[in-house]
Design a binder for this molecule. Structure first.
Ligand code: FUB
Ligand code: ZN
Length: 628
C-alpha cells in the first residue's frame, strides 16, 4: 500500500482544513520570522559569502530547522496559495543553494566554524541529520509542487555522501538517524536505487561492535566539539550505544530504547528495508519493538519518551504524567513510523496508534493560533507549562508544521485495487482504482462526529475494494452500503467492501462516538486509581480554567453520565461534563490533621480535548483524574 501524492488528495473537514489554513496563514510566517531573528538564515547567507560573519546560534543542527520549515512550506503551498509564504520560501531556497559547496557538501556550522572537522564527529554533530532534512525538503517540493530546484542540490548532496560513505568506502552513519529515511524518499522520487542502497547499508552497519563512534573518541580535535558526549557514549567506560540505537544489529533489537525521535526515524527506514528484502527476521524485530512501545512505553496521548535526561525511553510502564517529556517531535515521529508499518502490513492497529498520536500527543505541540509551541507534552501541569513562540533547540515547531501540511499522506492509502480510509477525515481524492480514474469523496465532521458518508465515482464501473478502518476505541459501529444488498466483511481491523462500483455509490459509516472512560495497566503506577476521559480519537483533560480550581482536587465517578455539548470555545470543541467531587482548599488545621478534616464539594467538572489545553494561558491541567 502507498500513500496518495498530495496533489491527488485534499482534506475537506472543518477540523483539518482549519489547521491547514492556520499553517499557511500563521505557522509558516511565524517560523520564518524566527529563522531570521535567530540567525539561522544568516548562517546560510554567510556560508554563501553574501554576508560577513561566522556561525551564530546555539546548536550545530540549526540548519535542520530551515529545511523542515521548507518542507512544511512545500506542503502548505500545495494546499493554499500565499504570496507571503511563496516569497519567503523562494528567498530561503536561493540561500540554501547558494550556501552549498561545489562538491555538494552543505552544513553551515562546519563550513563557517570548523571546516577541517567535517564528518569527524558523527556521533553528536548531526551533519547527516541536517542533510536528511535538506533532502526531505527537496523531495517535498518535487512531489507536492513539481518544483525541482532544491532537488538538484539535494541530489548533489546525496552524491557527495555516496562518495564518502558506503561498503567500499568509510563505515559511518549519523548519531541522529534521519538521513536513512531521507535517502529512501530521494530514491523514490529520482528512481535511483543507489540512494536507497546507501540508506539500507547505513541501517545494517549500525549496532555492530566496535562502533565507529568509539574510534571517533580518540580524535581529540573533533571530540572537543562535544566533550559532554563521552558520558553519553560510555557508561563506566563501556560503550552501550542505546542512546543512538547503536547497541545491537537491527534484527536483534527487542525493545524500544534510547532517544525517542532517533528511534522513530531509524525504524521508519528499517520498515522500508524489511519490505524491500522480504526480510522476515527484520519484520519480526520491528513488530517486537513496536509492541514493546505501544503496550508498555506509550502515553495514552500517543506521547513517547518519558525522560528529559535522554529525551527518550526508560523502563516498561514508566509513564510519569507531571514530568512527562513526550517531545512533540517524538509524537510526530510515531505518526510517521506508524504509517510506514501500516503501509507494509495493512494492519489497522498501526493506524490506531497513528491516530492517537496525531490528535493528541502531536497536536498538543501547537497552539490554536498556530504560532506557539510545546516541546515537551506533560499529561499534568501545576500551572508552570506554557507554549512559546520558539526554542533554542527548535526541532518541534517545524516538525508539527510538516505533519499538518502533509496529513493527506497519513489518512488514506491505495494500491492498484484498493482504497483504504485509515482515519475518517473529510477528503476528496482522485486516483486510479481497478484501472479506472475514480473520485472518492468523504464527508465528515470528525472528530466531533463519527458519522461519515463516502461517495465513490469511477469514470466507468470497475472492481476494487473499499476499506474503512474500524478504530480500536469504536465498539458500536454501523455501516450501510446505500441501495445495495452487498455484504461487507472484515480484514485486519478494516471493514471491506469488495465489489463492482459505479458512479454515485454511497457508503455510510457511523463510528458511534460516545464519551468513554479508560484506565491503565496497573503497572503504570502513576495512574493507579485514575481514569481518563476520551471521545472518539480524542483524549480529554480537565483544566483549571473551566473548573475554577485545580483538577488535581477532582474525583470522578465513571458510572455517572457524561454530557456532551457543542461549544464555541477553543475553536468549537465539544465539551464533556460530569458531576464530580472535589476537595476544598480550606484546610485550616496546619499541614496534617485527622482524616475527615478536608471538606468536599460537588461540582460540574468540564473536560476539554488535551490538544486544546493551555490556549487560555498557563494553568493546572490533568489527563488522569482520580476515580472516586
Ligand atoms: O537533536 C535534534 C533534535 O533536537 C532531536 O530530534 C530532538 O530530540 C532535539 O534534541
Ligand atoms: Zn522536537
Amino acid at each position: 500500500m502507498r500513500s496518495l501524492p498530495l496533489s491527488q488528495i485534499r482534506l475537506t473537514d472543518p477540523f483539518w482544513t482549519n489547521w491547514q489554513k492556520t499553517l499557511v496563514d500563521s505557522t509558516l510566517p511565524a517560523i520564518y520570522k524566527q529563522l531570521e531573528e535567530t540567525h539561522r538564515l544568516s548562517n546560510f547567507r554567510r556560508a554563501a559569502g553574501l554576508e560577513e560573519g561566522g556561525f551564530e546560534g546555539k546548536f550545530w543542527f540549526d540548519d535542520s530547522d530551515v529545511y523542515k520549515y521548507l518542507e512544511a512550506a512545500a506542503y502548505g503551498l500545495a494546499i493554499k496559495k500565499s504570496p507571503v509564504v511563496r516569497k519567503q520560501v523562494d528567498d530561503t531556497i536561493s540561500l540554501v543553494l547558494a550556501a552549498q559547496q561545489p562538491d555538494g557538501y552543505l552544513n553551515t556550522f562546519f563550513q563557517l566554524k570548523h571546516p577541517d572537522l567535517k564528518y569527524r564527529n558523527l556521533h553528536t554533530m548531526h551533519e547527516m541529520y541536517c542533510g536528511g532534512h535538506f533532502i526531505e525538503a527537496a523531495v517535498a517540493f518535487a512531489e507536492s509542487l513539481g518544483e525541482k530546484k532544491l532537488l538538484v542540490g539535494a541530489i548533489k548532496y546525496a552524491d557527495h555522501l555516496l562518495n564518502t560513505f558506503g561498503p567500499e568506502k568509510r563505515r559511518g552513519y549519523c548519531g541522529h538517524e534521519e538521513i536513512e529515511l531521507a535517502l529512501i524518499r530521494l530514491s523514490d522520487v529520482t528512481k535511483q536505487a543507489k540512494y536507497r542502497e546507501l540508506a539500507h547499508w547505513m541501517i545494517e552497519a549500525r549496532g555492530h561492535s566496535p562502533s565507529p563512534y568509539i574510534e571517533e573518541l580518540a580524535d581529540q580535535e573533533s571530540h572537543a566539539l562535544s566533550p559532554w558526549a563521552r558520558g553519553m557514549l560510555l557508561q563506566q567506560e563501556r560503550y552501550t550505544g542505546e542512546y543512538f540505537q547503536d547497541h545491537a544489529p537491527i534484527r536483534e533489537h527487542d525493545k524500544i530504547v534510547g532517544h525517542a525521535v532517533r528511534a522513530m526515524y531509524l525504524y521508519i527506514a528499517a520498515a522500508d528495508l524489511a519490505a524491500d528484502a522480504a526480510d522476515e527476521k527484520l519484520d519480526t524485530a520491528l513488530e517486537t519493538i513496536w509492541t514493546n512501545l505501544v503496550s508498555r512505553r506509550m502515553y495514552v496521548t500517543g506521547g513517547i519518551g518519558p525522560s528529559s535526561k535522554n529525551e527518550g525511553f526508560t523502563e516498561d510502564f514508566d509513564l510519569p504524567n507531571l514530568s512527562a517529556y513526550a517531545e512533540t517531535c517524538a509524537a510526530c515521529g510515531l505518526v510517521f513510523w506508524g504509517q510506514a508499518m501500516l503501509q507494509a502490513t495493512a494492519n489497522a492497529e498501526y493506524a490506531d496508534v497513528m491516530e492517537r498520536a496525531l490528535y493528541n500527543g502531536a497536536l498538543a505541540g501547537i497552539s490554536l493560533t498556530g504560532d506557539k509551541f510545546f516541546y515537551d507534552n506533560p499529561l499534568e501541569s501545576r500551572g508552570t507549562h506554557d507554549r512559546t513562540p520558539w526554542f533554542g533547540c527548535a526541532c518541534c515547531p517545524p516538525n508539527i508544521a510538516r505533519l499538518i501540511g502533509s496529513l493527506g499522506k497519513y489518512v488514506a492509502g491505495v494500491n492498484d485495487s484498493a482504497f483504504y480510509l485509515h482515519i475518517p477525515v473529510g477528503l476528496d481524492v482522485t486516483t486510479r482504482l481497478g484501472g479506472v480514474n475514480t473520485k472518492i469523496e468523504v464527508k465528515s465532521n470528525y472528530p466531533w462526529s463519527g458519522e461519515i458518508e463516502i461517495t465513490v465515482s469511477p469514470e466507468k464501473p470497475t472492481d476494487f475494494e473499499l476499506l474503512v478502518r474500524i478504530p480500536d476505541w469504536a465498539d458500536d459501529v454501523s455501516t450501510d452500503l446505500v441501495n445495495s444488498e452487498d455484504e461487507a466483511d472484515y480484514e485486519s481491523g478494516y471493514v471491506r467492501f469488495a465489489r463492482r462500483w459505479k458512479a454515485g455509490d454511497v457508503v455510510k459509516v457511523d463510528f458511534g462516538i460516545q464519551p468513554r472512560w479508560v484506565e491503565s495497566d496497573p503497572r503504570v503506577r502513576d495512574n493507579l486509581g485514575r481514569i481518563a476521559l476520551t471521545y472518539g480519537p480524542l483524549i480529554y483533560a480537565a483544566e483549571e480554567h473551566d473548573l475554577g480550581f485545580a483538577p488535581q482536587l477532582l474525583s470522578v465517578d465513571p458510572e455517572l453520565e457524561v454530557e456532551v455539548t457543542e461549544s464555541d470555545i477553543l475553536g468549537g470543541i465539544k465539551l464533556l461534563a460530569t458531576e464530580a467531587i472535589s476537595e476544598r482548599e480550606d484546610f485550616v488545621e496546619g499541614l496534617y490533621a485527622e482524616v475527615g478534616t478536608t471538606g468536599v464539594r460537588e461540582n460540574d467538572a468540564k473536560f476539554i480535548p488535551y490538544y486544546a489545553w493551555n490556549n487560555r494561558g498557563p494553568n493546572s491541567m490533568q489527563v488522569w483524574v482520580r476515580k472516586g
